[in-house]
Ligand binder design. Structure first.
Ligand SMILES: Cc1cc2nc3c(=O)[nH]c(=O)nc-3n(C[C@H](O)[C@H](O)[C@H](O)COP(=O)(O)O)c2cc1C
Length: 175
């Protein structure tokens, strides 16, 4: 069991169309100063993984609870079986990286792969964050000061969950 935040990854297909798939093996690391890298692992031969290997570009769209139907659809369909057009959604293009982005996501990273590591059938991508698009209602100066309950993120670990209340910040519980 591993508690995982849910994201939908947007990529460019070889024929110029786009594709989306949920990926929840997502974490973060830091090279230096403010150079954060998203760490994203993909298993097997899925189109999303092939697209990232080929183009080095991806959008990372946070999944809120109102996006569950979309995530479930993208995760139970495979691009190799045809375009995922059995559900309606709006997309735009990245402001900095040329990738498809889900209009409905409240927090979106536009990324380029800086490094990748293969372990067996999985590839882990270390992705430079080139731009972040945040819902206007969440605008903030300090990224450590985000009230996650407003993002209503979906948490996954085999089943889908939502999060509870805001508990406090670092230091609040130290005497
Ligand atoms: C909730 C959820 C989380 C998932 N997380 C991952 C993941 O972290 N890594 C991965 O390789 N596949 C993951 N998958 C599987 C892909 O999303 C799934 O195979 C998808 O159909 C791939 O689409 P594609 O072939 O169009 O790329 C997940 C699926 C679901 C439903």
């Amino acid at each position: 069991m591993c508690v995982q935040p849910a994201f939908i990854i947007g990529t460019n297909n070889e024929d110029g169309t786009y594709n989306f798939a949920p990926i929840t093996w997502v974490s973060i690391t830091n090279e230096k100063d403010n150079d954060y890298l998203l760490v994203i692992s993909m298993f097997g031969t899925k189109m999303t993984k092939q697209n990232v290997i080929r183009t080095s570009k991806l959008s990372v769209n946070l999944v809120s609870t109102d996006m569950l139907e979309l995530m479930d659809y993208f995760g139970t369909h495979h691009a190799k079986d045809g375009k995922k057009d059995g559900i309606s959604y709006n997309i735009c293009r990245g402001e900095v990286v040329d990738v498809p982005i889900l209009d409905t996501s409240r927090w979106v990273y536009e990324c380029e792969v800086a490094h990748s590591v293969e372990i067996g059938d999985s590839t882990t991508f270390f992705c430079k964050i080139k731009n972040v698009q945040v819902d206007e209602k969440l605008a903030c100066d300090d990224t450590f000061d985000i009230n996650l309950t407003k993002l209503e993120p979906v948490i996954y670990s085999g089943m889908y969950h939502s999060i509870g209340e805001l508990l406090g910040k670092i230091g609040d519980f130290t005497k």
